[in-house]
Design a binder for this molecule. Sequence first.
Ligand SMILES: Nc1ncnc2c1ncn2[C@@H]1O[C@H](COP(=O)(O)OP(=O)(O)OP(=O)(O)O)[C@@H](O)[C@H]1O
Length: 308
Amino acid sequence: MATDPPPILTRGLTKKYGRHQALSGVDLEVRPGEVFGFLGPNGAGKTTTIRVLLDLIRRDSGDVRVLGHDPRTAGVRARRGIGYLPGELAMGSRRPARELLVYLGRLRGGVDEARIRELAERLDLDLSRPIRGLSKGNRQKVGLVQAFMHDPQLLILDEPSSGLDPLLQQEFLGMVREARARGRTVFMSSHVLSEVQDVADRAAIIRAGRMVALEDMDALRERSARRVTIRFGAPVDREEFAAIDNTRDVTVDGDTLRCMVDGSPDALVKAASRHTVLTLDSEEPDLEELFFTHYNNGAWEEAGRDAA
Ligand SMILES: Nc1ncnc2c1ncn2[C@@H]1O[C@H](COP(=O)(O)OP(=O)(O)OP(=O)(O)O)[C@@H](O)[C@H]1O
């Protein structure tokens, strides 16, 4: 395992659309057997990077290796090692989903129909319905089945959770964990941290075509800032809470306290426990807010400004 090449490696990857610089020197190294979250706001360059990895578009410069091959010259055999979920599945056939999946399975060297049925059942997908006319959510399920069905060594998933309701999202995360348990590598993009935070081992952040962060998810979770609102049984004194080290932006409005907590809420919870707590809400900030907090040395704004 240790000698396996990185399933995904990019060095100085650049791509322009006309005069628009979509990627400006992207360096990525995904390790064998990990779940890697590729995060960034809309338009950051996630889909462009993924399309280069699959040779759906060609890079302008830089070095790229996927499962040890340059995607520009990798053959069909190398492609079979990859399961790909596109951001938008462009399909308009009148034929049932089952036929398409069986056909794609043949192209990948043969996939047991029982495996297709099992995945469809897990995702609650009706295989007899024609592809044309499927809702966005059902198309996403067809896309997931075809990506996972041949148990590929590397899964490249572009916004996999979009269109899935919370229960199916959990089912999908279960499929990702099982793939990892079998030693597979999963690379998944998202514009929201919460979609990858429970399952990813590491996450990279791309913004305006540049990598601005690479994080171990455990470290990120530990440092993660949370917006906390506590309603007490009686009015409280702001000073008591403003003095807590890792608590900031503290406001008190009668019996309601609002603040941001960096890292563990332990000290805040202990302070709160001296009063009667009626409700406690803890909300994760969005991706930009989170990384703005972490990269408060200016790296985050710089990355945005340079590329703007
Ligand atoms: N075919 C194209 N022609 C011109 N510009 C494009 C094309 N595809 C993408 N872009 C631009 O390149 C930038 C990166 O787009 P990309 O789709 O890779 O972003 P993304 O991170 O995947 O965002 P999203 O989540 O919105 O898809 C954006 O500014 C986008 O408008």
